[in-house]
Write a protein that binds this ligand. Structure first.
Ligand code: DGJ
Length: 388
């Protein structure tokens, strides 16, 4: 009888410990203590608030990752900038501390280039060792211009978390020809076809229409964009240009504050958005998307020996169920994991245009296999996947 009582008491204690452990684990997760990634699920910061950094990018410095992204608000109104660029920091990539608004939109001057209500997307921050400044670039649409401005906004700060000071916006590569310019570009552009074009899909090939020549004097269009700093410290701006038909890769000046005038046209007439780049074993890898607004489509990938061009397309890097829709998301950045050779995280946004603040983050490990890059869905994963 005593043995039965002891056994029952023992089982009760084990059960109680399990209940306490599970409830602690749940509580600690709700206060932001994670030890794994949960793609597509709500991700809480140190204050228990959902991380608000959409279309983001990450800068790594001295053991800390800094995540910069668009701060969205509830409803459809959240698709235009109401607050600015939000910054979070993390030492382990799972748990993020709110560092506040790194770049705020301007509330008291509706004519300002980054006035509240402008469109401010895909902010990326890089550090310039020569000037000691943190430099932020983002896609800017002036208030009311609804994707017609196609400009780059540039801001700087002495401190990584900000506040960033807005400098100005530009159309890149004004009065410069790309390294792979064609004869047709230097001829008068097709005014008749261009006059008929009021947005949407292009009525012809970008070279026949000569969109590049059209924008030579004013500067080239720049919508979805990313930044990439190469091993030699040269930074590049990669953006969707020529009415989204073609990507442009531009070297930046030494201070990273402007395009240097050296650029190339890549993926001509492929209509790609959401560019993200990484470098592994001396090769550059690219992931992007097609152009379907906020709706997901199949991702694209490519490899090249030079960041300026010669891309060989590798097809959709995503495999398995929902791969044709990039797991209902769109690329934003490829994050090298510090201290782990060959470890990269594919970062993507699951947009929610009806309730912008509820867009989710899809982070998945990138695999290199048979010359291709592969992204597979996982409900939950941690950085140990890179140790295998
Ligand atoms: C897709 C882009 O990748 C997003 O950043 C955003 O510009 C939407 N289009 C707007 O429709």
């Amino acid at each position: 009888m005593k043995t039965i009582i002891r056994l029952l008491a023992g089982s009760f204690i084990i059960l109680l410990s399990l209940i306490i452990f599970t409830s602690c684990a749940r509580n600690s997760q709700s206060s932001g203590k994670y030890n794994s990634f949960h793609p597509g699920e709500i991700w809480l910061d140190n204050n228990g608030v959902a991380i608000n950094a959409h279309g983001g990018g990450i800068l790594y410095e001295n053991g800390i990752y800094y995540w910069f992204g668009e701060h969205k608000i509830a409803g459809k109104a959240g698709n235009v900038a109401q607050v600015g660029v939000h910054c979070y920091s993390s030492r382990d990539l799972y748990n993020w501390q709110d560092e506040g608004i790194a770049l705020a939109v301007v509330e008291d001057d509706s004519t300002h280039e980054i006035a509240k209500g402008c469109i401010l997307e895909r902010p990326k921050v890089i550090y310039n060792a020569k000037t000691g400044k943190y430099v932020m670039w983002f896609h800017l649409e002036l208030k009311g211009s609804v994707y017609k401005s196609a400009r780059c906004g540039i801001a700087v700060s002495d401190k990584v978390t900000g506040p960033y000071t807005y400098i100005h916006s530009i159309r890149p590569n004004r009065e410069a020809w790309p390294v792979n310019v064609l004869d047709i570009h230097k001829k008068p552009y097709n005014t008749d076809a261009n006059a008929a074009f009021t947005g949407g899909s292009l009525p012809g090939h970008p070279d026949t229409l000569n969109i590049l020549g059209r924008d030579f004097a004013a500067g080239q269009m720049s919508r979805d964009m990313t930044l990439f700093v190469d091993d030699d410290g040269t930074a590049y701006h990669i953006c969707a240009s020529e009415e989204n038909s073609t990507l442009h890769t531009s070297a930046l000046t030494d201070d990273y504050l402007a395009t240097a005038g050296k650029f190339s046209r890549v993926f001509v007439n492929r209509f790609m958005e959401a560019p993200a780049i990484c470098k592994y074993n001396n090769k550059y890898y690219f992931i992007g998307s097609g152009c379907t607004g906020w709706l997901p489509n199949a991702a694209r990938s490519a490899v090249a020996d030079s960041i300026m061009g010669g891309w060989q397309e590798l097809g959709n890097p995503c495999v398995g169920p929902d791969s044709a829709l990039t797991f209902h998301s769109q690329s934003t950045f490829i994050l090298p994991v510090a201290g782990k050779e060959g470890a990269f995280i594919f970062m993507a946004d699951r947009w929610n245009p009806e309730n912008a603040i509820d867009g989710r983050y899809v982070w998945l490990p990138l695999e290199f296999k048979d010359g291709r890059i592969i992204v597979q869905w996982r409900d939950e994963w941690d950085l140990s996947v890179f140790d295998k």
